[in-house]
Design a binder for this molecule. Structure first.
Ligand code: PGA
Length: 254
């Protein structure tokens, strides 16, 4: 059975609820039946309503705070998301690190709060610039060690944990960006798995790749079992793309 996750990171798109609702309906129609491995992460104002009313797919948020209630203006808590029927939460996306000053220490607190509430964190790590694999590895080790400090196999078994390897320079909004080669993604993912096992003593972490994934380059990545799925930005806003990618993950991998 293929278990590859397709995580749609809509970022701050589309502009209206009406458009978002049409997108949700088109994606659900396109995949042709319920599938919990399709995870849609819309903006906060809509995730509650969608998660309550559409059970055919899984729902994710794009961020979360580390407390469950209190004087934290503008924040959204893990328990609120859980209560709405949200299952996943993206934590530490490079755009939040860049535009909102999110630090590894904040990400660490968010990961623990999410896990405690029963949300599956999708922790984003990745080097900012194109560099050598060994430099990239050195960089992401720091991010990984800080984010996953104190996470145990027992917690992972109970809730789950996903790491998204997203080299920032490969994200489609970057000038001239293109996806890394499937071989490079695989090498980094194997490295992350090994690192988590050796340094944090944790296993069974699902590791996905993100960065300019679309239906034209997906097949190469599907060859590798180690790649647990994909975090998809731009292409996830195009229902036909989601449909194609979903079909490919079924037919290419049984
Ligand atoms: P992209 O975005 O698929 O548009 O490159 C991925 C992401 O930033 O999560």
């Amino acid at each position: 059975m293929n278990k590859k996750l397709l995580i749609a990171n809509w970022k701050m798109n589309p502009e209206t609820y009406h458009e978002a609702e049409s997108l949700v309906n088109a994606i659900i129609h396109g995949i042709g039946g319920p599938s919990k491995r399709v995870v849609i992460c819309p903006p906060f104002p809509w995730v509650d309503n969608f998660a309550r009313s559409h059970k055919a797919v899984s729902w994710g948020a794009q961020d979360v705070f580390w407390e469950n209630s209190g004087p934290y203006t503008g924040e959204v808590s893990p328990r609120m998301l859980k209560d709405a029927g949200v299952s996943y939460v993206i934590i530490g996306h490079s755009e939040r690190r860049k535009y909102c000053g999110e630090t590894d220490a904040m990400i660490h607190k968010k990961v623990h709060a999410a896990l405690e509430a029963g949300l599956i964190p999708i922790i984003c790590v990745g080097e900012w610039n194109r560099t050598t694999p060994s430099e990239a590895k050195k960089f992401i080790v720091e991010q990984l060690l800080k984010a996953t400090k104190g996470v145990t196999n027992t917690i992972i078994k109970k809730t789950g944990l996903i790491i998204a390897y997203e080299p920032v320079w490969a994200i489609s909004s970057q000038k001239g960006a293109e996806a890394v080669t499937p071989e490079y993604a695989r090498e980094m993912i194997l490295f992350i798995k090994e690192m988590l096992r050796e340094k944090q003593n944790i296993e069974n972490v699902v590791i996905v790749y993100g960065g300019s994934v679309h239906s034209e380059n997906l097949a190469g990545f599907l060859r590798y079992n180690e790649i647990g799925g994909f975090l998809i930005g731009g292409a996830s806003l195009i229902p036909r793309e989601m449909e194609k990618m979903y079909t490919m993950t079924i037919t290419n991998y049984k």
